[in-house]
Design a protein around this ligand. Structure first.
Ligand SMILES: [Zn+2]
Length: 341
């Protein structure tokens, strides 16, 4: 049998392979960080953008030199906002951890824009520049902002209408987007009084999580009356256009304020429905929060659509019609055990 020290020249026999495996046994047990990384990869599998950001972090030489405990901390922080900007920030933290004298430029964005609470700032090397040209605060690549008059930081991901574009100079000396998020509900559709509050809260939560993962999503439709639903059903049947719904008036959860449609923003912040977007991940996030996703339907595959009707199936919306005729939306929500407006 080949000896282990001959492995460089004579590897290839099963004997050599076995003895090497045995001697590497301790290393082949995954560390806590490796296990956590694998779990994250599985959780984010439907979002290739987020997985690529995770790979960028864990392949970083500075990250590899951290202790397991420090790697676990980095992965926890990444999980809070698994996008390229956060990964870039954590690479900088790793570099600084190993070399406290280092001042990594990846901690703060080189350029970009931020609109927060109605104020728009341009970003220059981590500084927020107000309309008057003065520095109004700072921003980091993990999305933490601190305005000059505030004593604590806050996250740019906490408000789905915050406009965030964080840019970093890449190896080719070009500015590259790390994240680019437009307002997610510019028409305040989730504030519509005909949308159930629980539905609005869940939709906000879904969009918020998608944005943290770098997906620039937005609400495109909300409540639809029974009459509007009948008009939509006619489209492609007795009226011009293509068929967009199989639901007649009263048989869509949109009619009861318990469904919304969410699409993506394009580069100009306009609604778009790209084929190659991460629809599956959006659906996964929604289902994890107890919503039903139209992308799981046979027949008309309605990927933008999410709805909420605990205890009832997607096809049972019509059973709500008598309650609606009797007491309106409040009666429907009451029957479903949902809170009011
Ligand atoms: Zn819909």
């Amino acid at each position: 049998m080949d000896s282990v020290n001959g492995s460089s020249g004579t590897a290839g026999t099963s004997g050599t392979h076995d003895s090497q495996s045995a001697s590497l046994g301790a290393q082949s047990t995954p560390t806590q960080a490796e296990t956590q990384e694998q779990d994250l990869r599985e959780a984010l599998a439907e979002n290739p953008q987020a997985v690529a950001a995770l790979s960028a972090l864990t392949a970083n030489t500075h990250y590899a030199q951290l202790s397991v405990e420090q790697q676990v901390q980095a992965l926890d922080a990444f999980n809070a906002a698994p996008n390229l900007a956060t990964a870039t920030y954590l690479q900088g933290v790793a570099e600084q951890t190993l070399n406290p004298q280092a001042t990594p430029t990846s901690l703060t964005p080189d350029a970009g824009t931020l609109t927060l609470d109605g104020q728009t700032y341009s970003i220059r090397n981590g500084n927020l520049i107000g309309a008057d040209g003065q520095v109004a605060g700072t921003i980091r690549n993990d999305g933490q902002v601190q305005l000059n008059n505030e004593t604590t930081t806050r996250s740019v991901y906490d408000d789905i209408n915050t406009r965030v574009q964080l840019r970093e100079t890449n190896a080719a000396q070009e500015l590259q987007d790390l994240v680019n998020l437009h307002a997610a509900d510019p028409n305040a559709r989730l504030d519509n009084a005909n949308i159930n509050r629980e539905m609005a809260r869940l939709a906000t939560d879904v969009i918020s999580r998608a944005r943290m993962e770098g997906m620039d999503m937005r609400v495109v439709s909300d409540f639809r009356s029974v009459e509007e639903q009948n008009a939509l059903f006619a489209q492609g049947r007795t009226a011009p256009g293509r068929v967009v719904t199989n639901a007649t008036g009263g048989s869509s959860w949109h009619n009861y304020g318990l469904a919304v449609d969410v699409a993506f923003n394009n580069a100009n912040g306009q609604p778009s429905w790209p084929e190659n977007a991460n629809w599956d991940r959006y659906g996964e996030i929604a289902v994890q929060r107890g919503l039903e996703w139209g992308g799981n339907w046979r027949g008309i595959n309605d990927r933008p659509h999410i709805e909420y009707h605990p205890g009832l199936g997607a096809g049972e919306a019509r059973t709500m019609l008598p309650a609606y005729r009797q007491g309106g939306l409040d009666q429907v929500w009451n029957n479903l055990g949902l809170g009011g407006r």
